[in-house]
Design a protein around this ligand. Structure first.
Ligand SMILES: N[C@@H](CCC(=O)N[C@@H](CS)C(=O)NCC(=O)O)C(=O)O
Length: 216
């Protein structure tokens, strides 16, 4: 039986969960940081950052959400192919995955990290830089969506896009003139695999350091 270690409120944990849910892949979920010392120690030792999610598959341990999805695609393939079989399209898919991790999710996390570091006096220059970078990413994705045709599937792209856009929009709302992107975020949140993550995370919304908005 596969074991996924993560936290229900964690964006990168969602990324792996969406892949598992979309394919009805059987697994057990191990919640980190909520009192199970053995699970916490396992994650702390699994990779150099000690971060989650981490997947355990028999003797194999996989960290990094993208690598977990690659592993699921190779060893536990379900009805939803997480990567295309065409190698050239697979490269494009991996490149788009990097867009959501590096230019949406990790950017958004700078504001969250600054609020945790300085809860009473966060550096406004960091927020300004993050808003500028997110704005640029939003506009790039808005253009990219014009030619993105696989919108009803759940692939590595959707696994990366749903959690990153969910939380980034809380930090810096997607502007009205990015209408395709706003509609795509709503579409992603309505996918059953994503909706399940959103709902399971509701009890933990008070963990969001900036204060969760009253929506979604
Ligand atoms: N690059 C990693 C990022 C993982 C990550 O940032 N995980 C966060 C939760 S969303 C975490 O473990 N936070 C707790 C910590 O850093 O100790 C991935 O893609 O899996």
């Amino acid at each position: 039986m596969l074991r996924l270690y993560g936290h229900t409120f964690s964006s990168y944990t969602w990324k792996a969960l969406i892949a598992l849910y979309a394919n009805d892949t059987p697994f057990t979920f191990h919640q980190i940081g909520e009192g199970n010392a053995d699970d916490d120690a396992f994650v702390a030792a699994a990779g150099p950052s000690g971060q989650f999610p981490v997947l355990s598959d028999g003797a194999v341990t996989v960290f990094e959400a993208t690598s977990i999805i690659e592993h699921l695609h190779l060893h536990h393939r379900g009805p939803q192919p997480l990567l295309p079989d065409d190698p050239a399209l697979a490269i494009r898919t991996r490149m788009w995955d990097r867009v959501f991790d590096l230019h949406v999710m990790n950017v958004m996390q700078d504001v969250v990290a600054e609020k945790i570091r300085h809860p009473d006096n966060p550096d406004l220059a960091i927020r300004e830089r993050v808003e500028a970078r997110l704005g640029r990413s939003y506009r790039w994705i808005e253009q990219w969506l014009t030619d993105y045709t696989r919108r009803d599937a759940v692939t590595l792209v959707e696994c990366a896009a749903a959690p990153s856009l969910f939380y980034a929009d809380w930090v810096h709302p997607i502007p009205d003139d990015c209408s395709q992107l706003r509609a795509w975020r709503a579409h992603l949140l309505a996918l059953p695999a994503v909706a399940r993550c959103v709902d399971d995370a509701r009890p933990y919304r008070h963990y969001f350091p900036l204060g969760a908005p009253d929506r979604d």
